[in-house]
Design a protein around this ligand. Structure first.
Ligand code: UDP
Length: 238
């Protein structure tokens, strides 16, 4: 917990794919619902958010189609900033105070990433949204979520998924034998090659001993429940 406020502090990872509801761009209904879920918890929990960008660009996909990987990854990172601004807008409509911090400098739209300032914002009850990933090609926003959680001393990493409500032994969309897992260690998740979260993110959390909860953002209210510490989805531990 935050030693000054005594409140629980969490890092919430939201996939960009969810923001677009399967399409390019931002779906206001989806982002509005996520924002209302976050706003409902903000007086009880300190919340930082890492947003993905899969609804705009994924660097790896663009590079397979002929683009330079580094440049394509920067496009991916810029996509996450658009999602961060969309989330900021809907959070403010829902009554939450917010700040966006970007790992790539663009001071007209976001503060630079300054971890100690992010902590101060959270102590004051502001939701901090981290955009532009780590600012580094070849990284994913899952890995950034783990890194930011460690740096701002979060108690837990919360990974909100769309279309799946927990970690399964295989992809439940394609494999009918897939079984739901309530609790698993990082070592086992890595050894089984479970792809629900990147392996780099799993190992960073494992090496630095922070818990991760993977859960579904549907139905409405689930994000609030996870933020407040309810045992939904799958708990991944050391
Ligand atoms: N990205 C990157 N470095 C980072 C974070 C993201 O290069 O630190 C790029 C990468 O190309 C990635 C894209 O941004 O494909 C969008 O992020 P991600 O795929 O993690 O989004 P999500 O799957 O959560 O929607």
């Amino acid at each position: 917990n935050d030693e000054r406020t005594g409140r629980r502090r969490v890092l919430l990872k939201l996939s960009g794919e969810a923001f677009g509801a399967g399409q390019l761009g931002v779906n206001p209904d989806v982002v509005g619902q996520i924002a209302r879920d976050i706003a409902a918890a903000v007086d009880r929990v300190e919340i930082a958010v890492v947003v993905g960008g899969g609804n705009f660009f994924r660097g790896a996909e663009l590079s397979q189609r002929g683009m330079d990987r580094g440049r394509a990854d920067y496009m991916g990172m810029l996509g996450t900033v658009m999602n961060a601004l969309a989330l900021q807008d809907f959070l403010e409509q829902a009554g939450a105070a917010t700040r966006v911090q970007s790992a790539i400098s663009m001071t007209q739209v976001a503060e630079p990433y300054i971890p100690r300032r992010a902590e101060r914002h959270m102590e004051k009850g502001r939701v901090v949204i981290f955009g532009a990933g780590a600012g580094l090609p070849y990284f994913s926003t899952d890995t950034v979520a783990a890194q930011r959680a460690l740096e701002i001393k979060a108690d837990e990493v919360l990974v909100a998924k769309n279309g799946v409500d927990a970690v399964y032994t295989a992809d439940p969309k394609t494999d009918p034998t897939a079984e739901r897992i309530d609790r698993i260690t990082y070592a086992e998740a890595l050894q089984r090659g479970l792809k629900v979260v990147d392996s780099t993110a799993f190992s960073l959390c494992m090496d630095n001993r922070i818990d991760m909860r993977v859960f579904g953002m549907e139905p409405a209210g689930n994000v609030t429940r996870a933020l407040l510490g309810e045992t939904i989805g799958t708990l991944v531990t050391v």
